[in-house]
Design a protein around this ligand. Structure first.
Ligand code: ADP
Length: 315
C-alpha cells in the first residue's frame, strides 16, 4: 500500500475521532468549521420541535410498558389487551396504543372498531373501550379502509407513529401499554427514539413454549440490550391446555427452554398463561375475559402479572 495513503487514512481517522455528528453539536462545534459535511449536519441536528410536546404528553403517564415478541402469532396483542384489562380491574387509568401498522388488532380486541377518532383542540381524543374505560389508539382507527398498510413505509411510517405519540390526548394515565409488531423493526426504533426523554419502564417479551421460539427471543433480548431498554421479563403464552371439563393440563407444545434461557440471560419468567378457548372467544368478540368468563384459567395468571406491574417503582 502507498505509505502516503496510509498517512492520509491515519490523519482522517484522527480528524474524525471526536466528530460530533451524532450529538447535539453536530455542524456547530469548532471542529466542524471547514468540514464538507457541515451544512448537512446542521440541517439534521438541533432540537426536534415536536419533542418538547411529546415529552409533556408522555410525562403525564406514570408507566409505559412495551409489549414485544420475536415472532407473530404468539399472542402478543392478546397479552397486551389482557394486561390492560387486568390493570383496569385494579382501578388503574389505562391506555393502550397499537403501533403494529401492518397488522393492527387492538381495535378489535378492545371492541372500538365502529368509533371514530375525533380531533379536538387538545389533540386526537383516544377511543374508549367499554371494558374498564380503557383509552385506545390504533392505526386501524385512523386509516381509511381504502388505505393499504403497504403505503406506510419508511419515513411515512415513522412520522405516523410520532404523530400518534405527539397528537393523542391521553391525559393523565397510570399505564400506557404499547403493542408493537413482531420482531425488531422501524416501529420499535421510532417508539424508543420518541420516548427517549420520558423513558419507558421496559419491555415485556411474549413467547410460546416451542423450542423454535427461543432463537427469536434471543434476538429480541439482544435488541433490547442494544437499545438500553430494560426488560421487565418474559411471559410464556399458550403454556399448556387446560381441559374445560377436568382442568387437567396438557402440554400441547414441546420444549421447556424458557427457564434456562431466562437463567442464562438473568431474566425473570413473569408468568405462564395457559391456552384457553374462552380467551379466543373473547378476542374474537371483543369482550373482556374478566366479565364474560370469571372462572377462566387465564384470570389468575393475568391478575398475578398485573400485580407485578402495580409494583413498578414510580419514575
Ligand atoms: P400476535 O399479536 O403475537 O400476532 P395474537 O394476540 O393476535 O398474536 O394471537 C394469535 C391468536 O392466538 C389469536 O387468535 C388469539 O385469540 C389466540 N391466543 C392468544 N393467546 C391465547 C391463549 N392464551 N389461549 C388461547 N388462544 C390464544
Amino acid at each position: 500500500m502507498n505509505p502516503d495513503m496510509n498517512l492520509l487514512d491515519d490523519k482522517q481517522d484522527d480528524a474524525l475521532s471526536g466528530c460530533p455528528a451524532e450529538t447535539e453539536l453536530a455542524g456547530r462545534s469548532s471542529m466542524c468549521e471547514g468540514c464538507p459535511g457541515q451544512a448537512l449536519c446542521q440541517q439534521q441536528s438541533g432540537v426536534d420541535p415536536d419533542q418538547e410536546f411529546i415529552d409533556i404528553r408522555m410525562n403525564a403517564i406514570l408507566h409505559k410498558i412495551i409489549v414485544v415478541s420475536g415472532k407473530g402469532g404468539v399472542g402478543k396483542s392478546t397479552l397486551a389487551a389482557s394486561l390492560a384489562l387486568a390493570l383496569a380491574q385494579q382501578k388503574k387509568r389505562v391506555g393502550i396504543l397499537d403501533v403494529d401498522i401492518c397488522g393492527p388488532s387492538i381495535s378489535q380486541l378492545m371492541s372500538v372498531q365502529g368509533q371514530k377518532v375525533i380531533n379536538t383542540q387538545w389533540g386526537w381524543k383516544p377511543l374508549q373501550s367499554k371494558h374498564g374505560k380503557i383509552k385506545v389508539m390504533s392505526v386501524a382507527s385512523l386509516l381509511d379502509q381504502a388505505e393499504s398498510a403497504v403505503v406506510w413505509r419508511g419515513p411515512r411510517k415513522t412520522q405516523l407513529i410520532k404523530q400518534f405519540l405527539k397528537n393523542t390526548f391521553w391525559g393523565k394515565l397510570d399505564y400506557l401499554i404499547i403493542d408493537t409488531p413482531p420482531g425488531t423493526s422501524d416501529e420499535h426504533l421510532t417508539v424508543l427514539k420518541v420516548l427517549k426523554n420520558t423513558r419507558p419502564d421496559g419491555a415485556v417479551i411474549v413467547t410460546t413454549p416451542q423450542t423454535v421460539a427461543m432463537d427469536t427471543i434471543r434476538k429480541e433480548i439482544d435488541f433490547c440490550n442494544k437499545m438500553k431498554l430494560p426488560i421487565l421479563g418474559l411471559v410464556e403464552n399458550m403454556s399448556g391446555f387446560v381441559c374445560p371439563c377436568c382442568q387437567e393440563i396438557t402440554h400441547v407444545f414441546s420444549g421447556n427452554g424458557l427457564e434456562s434461557l431466562a437463567k442464562e440471560s438473568k431474566l425473570t419468567v413473569l408468568e405462564k398463561i395457559p391456552l384457553d378457548q374462552a380467551l379466543v372467544r373473547c378476542c374474537e368478540d371483543g369482550e373482556s375475559i374478566f366479565d364474560r368468563y370469571p372462572d377462566s384459567s387465564v384470570l389468575n395468571p393475568l391478575e398475578r402479572l398485573a400485580q407485578r406491574f402495580l409494583q413498578l417503582p414510580n419514575r
